[in-house]
Design a binder for this molecule. Structure first.
Ligand SMILES: *[C@@H]1O[C@H](CO)[C@@H](O)[C@H](O)[C@H]1NC(C)=O
Ligand SMILES: *[C@@H]1O[C@H](CO)[C@@H](O)[C@H](O)[C@H]1NC(C)=O
Ligand SMILES: *[C@@H]1O[C@H](CO)[C@@H](O)[C@H](O)[C@H]1NC(C)=O
Ligand SMILES: *[C@@H]1O[C@H](CO)[C@@H](O)[C@H](O)[C@H]1NC(C)=O
Ligand SMILES: *[C@@H]1O[C@H](CO)[C@@H](O)[C@H](O)[C@H]1NC(C)=O
Ligand SMILES: *[C@@H]1O[C@H](CO)[C@@H](O)[C@H](O)[C@H]1NC(C)=O
Length: 445
């Protein structure tokens, strides 16, 4: 058995290393059509440097495998001592989206008149990842403890928001036929209005990670009245410009527009939230798998490093099974295709339907760009030097597109390996990012 495991691990490593070289070679001509240079060459970062720390983390929870990993998000928020309720909006195209409202907790009990902050997750994730960290180390509880009402959005298509007036997310291909502009122009304005109405306030704060930031940026351009409803926005590794991205996620040519038909036919339009759907169907869940030592320390950790870049110092190994379980949710394939489009064009532009339909939708053969000079919300950007999705080059492009008088803060996180997922999962995300947001909010008030 031990030998088998050893051989399995060694072959995974060998395949990753060989794959790395092939992909580097392949990517050099595959990307020749690109409009801007990637921040760094694409590569799979795997590392075993923190194996000892990882193995130690196992003994902590060998006797405590269930932890709080298997309860749903609302129950977990309650178990952890916060007052939570669920609110739903219905968009005019029939999609229900759910928000969790954390009105307060022990450190700051619910009361009328608290300022609210809407927190929007990244693409292919859901609200559950904002409470992935233990204790009150995560963004949601940090802000709730600081006296704010925290509203966690679940974008359409995520598990809590998969209801629809007449389409079935599990069966109907049409359900998944939406892109980011549906979320930013149809769902987001209703979410914000619901918060203002429920709390009787006139402005909210907004915080987001990755794709959740692109949702706001597009919304501010396309729905001008949103600008006066947002007091300030905190963008953590914001999506929009992503031409510099060098994550291996950007490689598959199947995500290009001319493959779209096949891609959507094969997947039914849905990007599954389970990293290993096959194993899940056999009853083997990812959190169980990553509870085994040889999987957690070598495969699960490197699965994350390979996609997001290696930052073992900030990896909370004892929380790894929980991270693997909750950092993803179901998303739409069309949005993944959209990300690939933004990656290639290096512009923050609308969805590319192909020339003929673009002409119908937009009146031009090319999808128009989002003109960010129309946004009018005080903007604070946080970015990581080790982020292989939204790289420092992309952050500079975004900073320069936001009108100067609204560009209030451009913060490089103070740890050189800080990667894309670290904004949610890093051991020190609270010290490096969340407390800074909280302090800026206090200053604004
Ligand atoms: C697990 O629990 C058993 C029995 O309570 C105890 O003997 C053992 O030391 C514990 N192991 C760890 C790693 O805490
Ligand atoms: C098990 O995990 C929970 C949640 O992390 C913790 O509160 C509890 O103290 C742990 N129990 C043991 C016996 O370690
Ligand atoms: C949550 O807060 C609301 C409003 O203050 C209150 O009505 C409700 O009872 C609270 N729920 C819990 C579980 O504390
Ligand atoms: C979904 O929405 C319908 C109304 O369109 C409602 O009757 C049903 O209860 C909802 N289902 C869930 C699981 O919320
Ligand atoms: C994704 O969708 C499937 C099918 O509806 C569902 O069973 C699953 O719980 C969803 N969520 C995740 C995280 O995969
Ligand atoms: C963007 O919008 C501003 C203000 O509305 C306008 O002056 C500018 O010409 C627009 N830029 C483009 C490229 O459309």
């Amino acid at each position: 058995m031990k030998n088998k495991i050893l051989y399995l691990s060694l072959s995974v490593i060998a395949v990753s290393l060989i794959g790395n070289y092939i992909l580097r070679y392949f990517s050099s001509f595959h990307f020749r059509e690109r409009k801007c240079a990637m921040h760094r060459p694409i590569g799979f970062d795997i590392t075993f440097s923190h194996r000892k720390e990882c193995l130690e983390s196992l003994s902590d929870d060998l006797n405590n495998t269930t932890k709080e990993w298997n309860v749903n998000t609302v129950e977990e928020i309650e178990m952890r001592g916060y007052n939570v309720s669920t609110h739903t909006i219905l968009s005019k195209d029939g999609y229900y989206s759910t928000m969790y409202r954390i009105a307060g907790g022990v450190r700051s009990p619910p009361r009328h008149g608290k300022r609210s902050i809407l927190v929007f997750h990244g693409y292919s994730a859901a609200a559950k990842y904002w409470i992935i960290q233990p204790g009150n180390r995560n963004l949601a509880f940090t802000l709730a403890d600081a006296g704010y009402e925290v509203w966690l959005a679940n974008g359409r298509g995520t598990t809590p928001s998969k209801n629809h007036t007449h389409l079935d997310a599990d069966k109907d291909f049409d359900y998944w036929d939406f892109s980011m502009d549906h979320v930013s122009t149809l769902d987001l304005p209703l979410m914000i209005d619901l918060i203002l109405q429920e709390t009787g306030t006139d402005q909210i704060y907004y915080a987001c990670h990755s794709g959740g930031c692109a949702v706001l940026l597009a919304g501010l351009v396309d729905v001008p009245e949103l600008n006066s409803k947002v007091k300030a926005a905190f963008f953590l590794a914001p999506g929009g410009f992503l031409g510099g991205g060098y994550s291996p996620i950007f490689i598959p040519p199947i995500l290009e527009r001319h493959w779209e038909y096949i891609l959507l036919k094969v997947t039914g339009g849905k990007l599954s939230g389970e990293p290993c759907a096959l194993l899940t169907s056999l009853g083997i869940t990812t959190d169980k798998i990553c509870g085994w030592s040889f999987m957690r320390c070598g495969i699960c950790d490197n699965f994350i490093f390979a996609i997001f870049g290696a930052d073992p110092e900030q990896m909370d190994y004892s929380n790894l099974p929980n991270i693997i379980k909750k950092f993803r949710d179901n998303g739409s394939m069309k949005l993944l295709r959209y990300a690939k489009q933004l990656h290639e064009t290096c512009e923050f532009q609308r969805f590319d339907f192909g020339e003929r339909r673009n002409l119908l939708e937009y009146g031009s053969t090319n999808p128009p760009t989002y003109n960010l000079s129309r946004m009018a919300v005080p903007t604070y950007i946080f970015y990581g030097e080790g982020d292989n999705f939204l790289t420092p080059s992309d952050m500079v492009r975004l900073r320069d597109a936001v009108p100067g008088k609204y560009m209030k803060g451009f913060h490089k996180v103070d740890w050189y390996k800080f990667n894309h997922i670290d904004f949610v999962t890093a051991k020190d995300a609270d010290i490096l990012v969340y407390h800074k947001i909280r302090d800026i909010m206090h200053k604004i008030e």
